[in-house]
Design a protein around this ligand. Structure first.
Ligand SMILES: Nc1ncnc2c1ncn2[C@@H]1O[C@H](COP(=O)(O)OP(=O)(O)OP(=O)(O)O)[C@@H](O)[C@H]1O
Ligand SMILES: [Mg+2]
Length: 311
């Protein structure tokens, strides 16, 4: 059997990926939350989706896979633990409602998260002694998934950094049970969505649906929803591809403000219509992913992963 620490970079990511698949055998469903563009609301919605399902009795975990700009611990108001050497494994933090959280912030190699520069990338290739986790999101993600003690979970949500490549990388480590795409209602996001949808079948991505976020502005003082982006651009793309729009949510300043304070919006503002919409969205995603998990015979553990690590 090969010794883990002696593997070359490429092999090492592969070995981590194999271990990740094995490690996630205790997780019933893996949900990837992705987006074509940044700032669409993935992390804020991930946190609120997780909280909704956790308060319904599900055992839920979140992986904050955005290494450059992790945000889940702040949004949940939990403290980042002192990191452990990777050989000892990563213990998730327990957040509100018992949500188990692991973040790129816990990895020694990316703490504090350094900016990525092309110069660093070039240097790294010349001298591969220190593993450039920060330059290799796929590698760091595989490591987190391989080494975190998730325990038994009904649902593990992977909150990805923006862009299709992140989703592609996750899928190359482990195919999620389902993918939820979060877009703003802008034309730019609609075009990005179109590109993802075009690639989805080729990659076999199990797309559950799209959340169209920031559809209009919820003006609290004037008690009406004001237009924000030209209507219907994302819906048109999703409808043409036969993809479900799981929710259409307005921009509500209270959502942003509550999230900034590290509070769970659906709990703090449970009576607000948008909070009720988010709860509905979470229930729908839960139903869709459970149906999908029941469809795929062996959703997490791949037979080649078992062979590779037992040899
Ligand atoms: N519907 C909404 N109403 C009000 N604020 C929102 C809404 N959706 C998201 N936000 C706020 O918008 C900001 C961006 O959201 P968030 O960080 O969740 O996006 P993201 O897609 O995770 O971004 P990134 O691509 O950088 O990871 C946050 O401050 C969040 O609280
Ligand atoms: Mg985010």
């Amino acid at each position: 059997m090969r010794i883990f620490g002696e593997l070359q970079d490429g092999d090492r990511v592969e070995a981590d990926a194999a271990r990740a698949r094995l490690n996630l055998a205790s997780v019933k469903s893996l949900l990837a939350v992705a987006s074509p563009k940044g700032g669409s609301g993935k992390s804020a919605l991930t946190v609120n989706l997780a909280a909704t399902l956790a308060s319904a009795g599900r055992k839920v975990g979140i992986v904050d896979a955005d290494l450059n700009a992790p945000s889940v611990t702040a949004m949940l108001g939990v403290k980042v633990p002192r990191y452990l050497p990777m050989t000892e494994g990563i213990e998730p933090v327990s957040g509100p409602l018992g949500i188990r959280v692991v973040s790129g912030e816990f990895l020694p190699e990316v703490q504090p998260p350094p900016p990525i520069s092309f110069v660093e990338l070039a240097d790294t290739r010349a001298e591969p002694a220190r593993e450039p986790l920060e330059a290799s999101h796929g590698g760091a993600l595989a490591r987190m998934l391989a080494q975190t003690r998730f325990g038994n979970l009904d649902l593990l949500v992977v909150d990805l950094a923006p862009g299709f490549d992140r989703l592609h990388r996750l899928a190359s480590v482990i195919m999620p049970t389902g993918v939820l795409l979060v877009t703003r209602a802008s034309g730019e996001d609609a075009r990005g969505l179109e590109r993802i949808l075009a690639a989805r079948e080729r990659l076999g991505l199990p797309l559950l649906g799209v959340v169209e976020n920031m559809v209009g502005f919820n003006c609290v003082n004037c008690r009406s929803v004001r237009p924000l982006f030209p209507e219907g651009q994302v819906s048109r793309v999703a409808r043409a591809a036969g993809i479900e729009i799981v929710a259409r949510l307005p921009f509500d300043p209270r959502f942003a403000e509550s999230t900034e304070r590290g509070r769970v919006f659906v709990q703090e503002y449970a009576d607000q219509p948008i909070a009720k919409q988010i709860v509905q969205m979470a229930r729908r995603v839960d139903a869709l992913i459970n149906a999908r998990a029941a469809e795929v015979r062996d959703p997490i553990v791949l037979s080649d992963a078992i062979e590779e690590t037992s040899g």
